[in-house]
Each structure stands twice: as structure tokens, then as C-alpha cells.
Design a protein around this ligand. Sequence first.
Ligand code: ZN
Ligand code: ZN
Length: 410
Amino acid sequence: MDLNEPVKAILAYGDICDHCLGRFFGKRSRGLSNSGRGRALRTALALAENEPHVDFSGTCWVCGNFFDSVPAWADRVVEALEGIEFSTFLVGCRVPPLIAENEEMVWSDLSLADPEPFKSEVNREVGKAVSARIGKAADTKKPEVVVILDPIKSSVEVQIHSLFFYGRYQKFERGIPQTHWDCRACRGKGCEKCNFTGAQYLDSVEELIGRPVIEAFDAENAVLHGAGREDIDARMVGTGRPFILEVVAPKKRSIDLAALEAEINRTADGRVSVALKRWADRSEVETLKSNKAHKKYRILVEVDGGLSADEFAKALDSLKGVTIQQRTPERVAHRRADKVRERRVLDISLAGEQDGRFVVEVLGEAGLYIKELVSGDSGRTTPSLAEILKRKAHVTSLDVTQVEGAKEGE
Ligand SMILES: [Zn+2]
Ligand SMILES: [Zn+2]
């Protein structure tokens, strides 16, 4: 293929640097930089035409001599990354629209088959220069930090990718929601009702775990992704509930999970406790959240009027293995679609008595509403314990004792 024709046509547009000239053929041949390619093409044309070879000087009409500033951009990237712990990085770039327009015009005018875009050369060249300065590798697949150059604003922006770890939590105190709730009255702005905290509940499991995490990682935030959630008034005991914690924009990454676990448990002071199992990945979050886990509960049931333990146990027996029809409970109807769901009671048994109430252990299919299984929810759940007993019955306290989790590893 004769490259002299297109090269001549490109040079006719105006002064162009070796980078931009070479980049118009950037996907041809290997082992060359675009500037090497550009210089060779210029030389080849001069030889073919038997004209004097002239090195490029002046101002490139495509990029405005952007590539002269690669070392300076690399210095700025290194400076922006100071104080951030990472092992892999990637440089990105917001291409000035005029530069994109210039090169796209030539691509289409001359129907060029193998050009490389400005963006890729900038990212690669600045990346190489940064790598040489700091001795760390650029990584296009899973970089820990990304630095975006913006030539128009003359700025660099650092994006630190989140870290994730997998664990289980227990919640020993009732009245703590799983995640932060904005105050209902002011929606988080702060008002008299919430004592200007903006929060409906002062603490959440997310915040009790998150505060020491944010400090340890010098992070912006910590977000809890739970495998389901318990009601605010329920405890989460037994083996705990699986969760993945997302550490947002951590400036430190080499944190020892065992030491972190100890610090979380110390600061949560017996209200919440965690067992941290291993590092995790963003891709695991969706799987964990959609995990349809069976759950085991330990509940206290109060029944109106006298009833012997035998009669009560008999009623429980008749619920064992039974499929329950549950219309969306009244208490959650405002946020869930109103429909009838079928869920099985896998196991249910009497575990004792306490202060005139029955202690019941239930193993329910994912999504079974336990409070309604007992009360009947004014006929919306059927069969129910209240329906079988022909008396009013309700749950006075509820603990989740087991939630199936993901593969936990070591
Ligand atoms: Zn140029
Ligand atoms: Zn408020």
C-alpha cells in the first residue's frame, strides 16, 4: 500500500506534529511510537519526492502541540497521587472537542483505515511517563486509581476505586436499622424533631461498622450491602447476617482485616459485632443482595387467654411444611407492591416458655413474613397461628438466628 498519497494529503491541511501524523496510521505496524511513525512517513515522502527532509517545527493544527506537555502532565498526575496508597493506576483524558473534530475530519475525508484516536495516545504516553516516575504499572482492566486529565480545564481528577470485604454481622440491640435513615420530618436536612442530626435513628449497623472503617482506610464513606435485612426491632444473632462492605475512595488499602474486625467490635461496644471473612469484589454485591436465603428465627409469641404448651405446640405442628398465602403486610404496603406471595414454613417448633410467652423457632423460606405468620394480619396471611388457635396472637420480640451466606473462604 502506498502511504505517500495519504501523507501528502494530510500535510496539505497544515503544519502537523509527528505524533498526530503517525497516529493517523497508528494501527499499522508494531514496535513504533506514533512520533516514530510520523517521522518515518515524513522521511519516506521526502525520499519519494526527492525533496529536502524538514523536521516539524511550529504549531500542530490537530493537537496544538499537546504532546510537548506530556512530561508536565505526568508530573501533575504524580503530585495528585501523593498520599494515596495504590499499586495499579490508569490515566484517562477528556478530549477537547476541537481536537476530536480535527482528527475525525481527516479520518472521514481520506477514508483512513487504521487511525488511533488522540485519547488512546494521550492515555498511553502520560501513563508510561507516570509509570517511569513512580515505578508502578498502568493497568487498563482493574486499576485501583484512575487519573483523568482535562486539558481544557487544565486539571487532573483522581478517582479512587472502592474496596470490598465480606463478613457477617450480629446485632444485639433492638431499634437499630441496618442502614442510615434520613429523618422523616426533614428528609435529612436537620430539624427540631431529629435534634438537627438529619437522622431518624442516631446509629445504624452500617454506621457502627462504617465509622472505624472510614477511619482505618482514610475513606470518604462506607456502604453496607446486606444479604437481606432484619426489621429495626429485631435482633440479628446466631451466625450473623452476611454482608459486603464497600469502602468508598480509600486512601489506604493495605489494612489487616483481623485488626479491623477487632477495632469495629471494640467501638461498636456490644451493640453490633462482626466477623470479617475475606476481601471481596464489586461483582459479588448483586449476587449477595439477590441471594434467596432461608432464614431461621427465634421469636416470643403472646397469645390472648390461657393456653397450654401442648395445645400451642400442636398448633405449631400443623404449620410445619405448610405453604402460606401472604398478601403484602399492612405495615409494608406503602413500599411494596400489593400482591399475594406463597412461602413455605420449612420448620417450626416450640423451644420453651418465657414470662408467660412461648419461645418459637421458625425456619422460613426466603421472603416469609414471620410477624404476619403469627398474627394473620387481619386475614391477609393464611393459614396463620392466630387462625389455627382461633385467638389473637402476636410476636413480641424477634431474633434472626441464621441467614445462609455466600462461599466464605478462609
Ligand atoms: Zn499534533
Ligand atoms: Zn429532622
